[in-house]
Design a protein around this ligand. Structure first.
Ligand code: THU
Length: 137
């Protein structure tokens, strides 16, 4: 699985978004250690707070199916179905990534003109809370 292919799958996932309130459609593609890819989109709600981000949709689908080891995720988003700039994961999604991923988990932020940024989870979520490290396990 190339970075380019994973980013293409994130773009495709963006078209599945349900975002009638913000108008921001977001897509994510999560690469499992065994090569399986799970796509996710944001799913909004009239009550706003139940909204689920694209990244968490992908993670929850994968975890439901029994996956626990993850390698990388590509994320893109923008207004009106168009990628308008990098769309970095929110704090809640970063915490969900932390639950299942190590410091070396790779994130691709997809830009509007095909360019992208590559980061690790350690870079975008330093000094984070995780059960094993902070609960005496
Ligand atoms: N959103 C995501 O899907 N992922 C993020 O990490 C940030 C925000 C969605 C939630 C909401 O539907 C829209 O983007 C605007 O906040």
């Amino acid at each position: 699985m190339t970075a380019e292919r994973l980013m293409d799958l994130a773009k495709e996932a963006m078209t599945h978004a349900y975002a009638p309130y913000s108008g921001y459609t977001v897509g994510a593609a999560l690469l499992c250690a065994d090569g399986t890819v799970y796509q996710g989109c944001n799913i909004e709600n009239a009550s706003y707070s139940p909204t689920n981000c694209a990244e968490r949709t992908a993670f929850f689908k994968a975890v439901y199916d029994g996956h626990r080891d993850f390698t990388a995720m590509a994320v893109c988003g923008g207004k009106g179905g168009v990628i308008t700039g990098y769309f970095p994961p929110c704090g809640v999604c970063r915490q969900v990534m932390r639950e299942f991923c190590g410091d070396d988990f790779i994130l691709y932020f997809v830009g509007p003109q095909g360019q992208y940024e590559q980061h690790t989870l350690a870079e975008i979520f330093p000094s984070s809370f995780s059960a094993g490290e902070h609960m005496g396990e």
